[in-house]
Write a protein that binds this ligand. Structure first.
Ligand code: PLP
Length: 384
């Protein structure tokens, strides 16, 4: 029996999504820009996908959706667009210390190559943003705030609607990397002041290599990828039509019954977490207890090596993750856990289990069946 609990890294493409995509590789192969029937049927498919995303995001108009090659491109576009269109004198960006590298590495590069200032706002031990530091960093020099909706490692949710209102009072734009939140929590952009939002297909049972940037109507915008007139001149290049169709189908799938799914996953996750804590009373659940994605359990086992736990889980046919997918493989403890001041004794023992709509109660039972032996075996190797 194989158990996949690494859904924050990526998800399996749902069969209904594959079925929706398939015709767009064969019969419906046209270029959406072509002025003949092959083009117009494809253009209609792309329009339908845009409306499916609009519905998932609760956006006012489908014209606010710009398809991209994924979450990373959407994040890069938002940051660079805001800087390029910023009024004179606004050259500062505010972000959090726990963003994904798709944000942090761009900002490091920009800091090194342009005359800009980046404020990285810290978090507390539960991964919650330091609101006072955020309020103090906002000023008439702020061009953009970019703060994630949900953290990929801990699942902690950020109060982005409120943070966006504060950004607007200071006259700054607000972007959120919602790659981990979209499809897992209800989103109603119409009722917020969020100007831009990034999402990615492969985190919600859609294909890899496709995503979108939501750009609120009226938001100043400069494209990152220039070329043809696609995406209302906001992203050049012939559209990844099968990918876009798949992203639309995945959005519709996520929207249907989202609340029930969240409740089911939360119950499974909470059962997993409670049993793991009973097995290891000195383990720490990382992230905010309440304001957290329903599918994510990030737990640090004191004095044990996460790598060793992961390896033993893998041998038992269970896939989980060390911190985020992007930092696993490196020996550096995750920047997120460092920012949360996780004690050194637990820093290296963090394992992330991330569930999805495919996760069953039997999957959780399987983890709980093997963990006692894994923990006992590894504890036996730890010096007293
Ligand atoms: N932002 C967050 C929070 C993520 O978790 C990820 C993927 O792990 C990305 C951005 C990057 O998205 P993509 O893989 O589509 O480029």
């Amino acid at each position: 029996m194989l158990v996949y609990l690494d859904n924050n890294a990526t998800t399996r493409v749902d069969l209904s999504v594959v079925e929706a995509m398939l015709p767009y590789f064969t019969d419906q192969f046209g270029n959406a820009s072509s002025a003949h029937a092959f083009g117009s049927t494809v253009a209609e498919g792309v329009r339908a996908a845009r409306r499916q995303l609009q519905a998932l995001l609760g956006a006012a108009s489908d014209s606010e959706i710009v398809f991209t090659s994924g979450g990373t491109e959407a994040d890069n576009t938002a940051l660079l667009s805001a800087l390029e269109t910023a009024p004179e004198g606004r050259s500062e960006i505010i972000t959090s210390a726990v963003e994904h590298p798709a944000i942090l590495s761009v900002l490091e590069h920009l800091e090194a190559t342009r005359a800009i200032v980046v404020h990285r706002i810290g978090v507390d031990r539960r991964g919650r943003l330091d609101r006072a530091a955020y309020a103090a960093a906002l000023s008439k020099r702020t061009a953009l705030v970019s703060i994630m909706w949900a953290n990929n490692e801990t699942g902690t949710l950020f109060p982005v609607a409120e943070l966006a209102e504060m950004a607007h009072v200071a006259g700054a734009l607000f972007h959120t990397d919602a790659v981990q939140a979209v499809g897992k929590v209800a989103i109603a952009l119409k009722t917020t002041q969020i100007d831009m939002l990034s999402l990615s297909g492969h985190k919600l049972h859609g294909p890899k290599g496709v995503g979108a940037l939501y750009v609120r109507k009226g938001t100043p915008f400069a494209p990152l990828v220039r070329g043809g007139p696609q995406e209302r001149r906001r992203r050049g290049g012939t559209e990844n039509v099968p990918g876009i169709i798949g992203l639309g189908a995945a959005a519709a799938l996520a929207l249907a019954g989202m609340e029930d799914m969240a409740g089911r996953l939360r119950a499974l996750r909470d059962r997993l977490e409670a049993r793991l804590l009973a097995l290891a009373p000195d383990a720490l659940v990382l992230g905010d207890g309440t304001w957290r994605l329903p599918n994510t359990c990030d737990i640090a086992f004191s004095h044990l090596e996460g790598e060793a736990i992961l390896h033993n889980l893998d041998k038992a046919g269970i896939a989980a993750s060390l911190g985020s997918a992007c930092s696993s493989g490196s020996m550096e403890p995750s920047h997120v856990l460092k920012a949360m001041q996780v004690p050194p004794s637990a820093l290296r023992g963090a394992i992330r289990f991330s569930l999805s709509r495919e996760t069953t109660s039997a999957d959780i039972d399987r983890v709980l069946a093997v963990m006692p032996d894994i923990l006992a075996k590894l504890r036996a190797t730890v010096p007293a």
